[in-house]
Ligand binder design. Structure first.
Ligand code: AHN
Ligand code: ZN
Length: 327
């Protein structure tokens, strides 16, 4: 644990200790405008990631999935959020009815100005990108994809609860993101086979007429030496939000993780939030020229061994700093 409790950002106006009026009388001192950004504890984010992985694979229609859903809703509740559960029967590419649960934690739900933070909490039923064909039918543990994103958001929930930012915050855990048709299957491989929970929420938000100033999706934000580039759909729909986030990351010293270039495209939850809900939303997702997203994506090696607290911290601190500079 670090002993630093708050980091201070001096507001752009700076500070004035004294100002003299034309009649020579002293004017009252202007207060130092400082924003207190809570500390992001990377050990805590790591522990929340590990706790999800400990349930085993979180594939819809399994007891492990049900148990982890309870855990996540309980955590948001414990961290003072107003929790809404969205249960839905969603139809997968092969006709399977998925008993899905989107979990939403709202801070200051009465506020009109809001920021939405997203991650998916389900894990993939098939390790269909594994180099060993024998593993293709094995469910993945999904430490990075996507317990890491949920872990970072739980830590953000813990951090903001007693000192909320000016805008309301919604933490939204989507279900059934990763049930897209496996590579080895001979169907139509539609994009809409993925992201079933976010498609549902985008059509039927948890609050009627829901809107947010912008959204940020976290996906696979725990890999060692991850490189986050400005992703194609994020730039197409929410270029200014990319700018905001990448600038903030650079300001606080994370330009090694957040690379100021556009690269890669991901058919991910943010695409549907942009297209259907029309909330401008970016995806913080790694890009690698060598692998798709990261080395162990959709393999049996997407485990805690390959999670790095430093990456969790870079993403978590960046998001917190974005939240607390928004007015
Ligand atoms: C595809 O590339 C089809 N989907 C990327 C979104 C994803 C899968 N995120 C996690 N798993
Ligand atoms: Zn996945």
């Amino acid at each position: 644990m670090r002993n630093k409790i708050y980091s201070l950002i001096s507001a752009t106006c700076g500070f004035l200790l004294l100002a003299c009026g034309s009649n020579g009388k002293q004017m009252p001192a202007a207060a130092t405008e400082a924003i207190q950004v809570p500390v992001f504890d990377a050990d805590s984010a790591y522990a929340y990631t590990e706790a999800q992985v400990a349930f085993g694979p979180r594939v819809p229609n399994t007891p492990q999935h049900v148990a982890c859903g309870e855990f996540l809703a309980d955590k948001l509740e414990e961290f003072g959020a107003k929790v809404t559960n969205q249960y839905a029967d969603l139809i997968a590419f092969d006709g399977t009815v998925l008993k899905a649960r989107n979990i939403i934690g709202a801070y200051s739900p009465e506020k009109k100005k809001r920021i939405a933070l997203f991650a998916h909490w389900d894990t993939r039923k098939w390790a269909d990108a594994d180099p060993d064909e024998k593993n293709w039918n094995t469910p993945i543990l999904g430490a990075n994809d996507a317990a890491s994103g949920v872990g970072v958001l739980l830590e953000i929930a813990r951090a903001i609860r007693n000192n909320e930012p000016e805008l309301g915050v919604d933490i939204i855990f989507f279900d059934a993101e990763d049930y897209g048709e496996p590579r080895f299957s001979g169907g139509k491989h539609l994009d809409t086979y993925w992201c079933l929970g976010s498609q549902y929420w985008s059509r039927v938000p948890h609050v009627e007429g829901y809107n947010a100033r912008f959204g940020i999706l976290l996906d696979m934000v725990g890999g060692k030496d991850a490189r986050f580039y400005k992703e194609y759909y994020s730039m197409k729909f929410a270029r200014d939000i990319c700018q905001k986030v990448w600038t903030k990351a650079k300001e606080i010293g994370y330009s090694d993780y957040f690379i100021d270039e556009q690269k890669g495209a991901a058919t991910d939850d943010h695409l549907f939030v942009n297209e259907i809900a029309r909330i401008k939303t970016i995806d913080i997702i790694p890009h690698s020229d060598k692998d798709s997203f990261f080395a162990f994506w959709h393999t049996v090696n997407d485990t805690m061994e390959n999670i790095d607290r430093k990456t969790l911290r870079a993403v978590g601190e960046t998001i917190l700093n974005v939240l607390y500079t928004e007015k």
